[in-house]
Design a protein around this ligand. Sequence first.
Ligand code: SF4
Length: 208
Amino acid sequence: MLNISEIFYSIQGETSYTGLPTIFVRLAKCNLRCNYCDTKYSYQSDIYKSINEILDEVKSFKPIKLVCITGGEPLLQNEVYALFNRLLQQNYHILLETNGSLLINKVPMQVIRIIDFKAPTSEMSDKNCWENINYLNPVDEVKFVLQNRADFLWAVKQVKQYNLTDKCKVLFSPVHNKLTYKQLANWILDVRMQIRLQLQLHKLISIR
Ligand code: SF4
């Protein structure tokens, strides 16, 4: 059984899949406590579902085949690997949103890994597992959520140090109400790197 926070259907608001209709499977529990967390409700849940029950719910949104496994932190529950395999067997396209603190080496190659490495102002940057960079594929994405100029400069330093733009897609996103899209866009333009500004589309259009 997997401990589930919620399963719902909406527009993907983040990643390079932004704007696409997506089925979200949000797993409960998180090992981090980022100070800007907007999904605190996922830390605890009384909902437990078998993989068959989850698949039935996912299938109810047919013919949509894009599934985002998110959290919380999905890799905390070992049974998530069985869920990946069952979804892949049924030809679903899977995005995994993970917080960067746990190794992704056992996640199947066909799953698109979106790693949210934590910047200093999140107060969780000491939990980043940089070894994950060794397991990235070009289709994977690394995301940095930033609150201020110091976070931005730190993230640029990591991108350069780990040569991330040659390894995967790189996304920078502002923390809602802390840093404006315009300010972050200007900083990204100034550094002239292959970094994509990520909007939180679901918040801009006030959809779940
Ligand atoms: S990793 Fe995600 S779910 Fe966990 S505390 Fe940070 S923002 Fe919240």
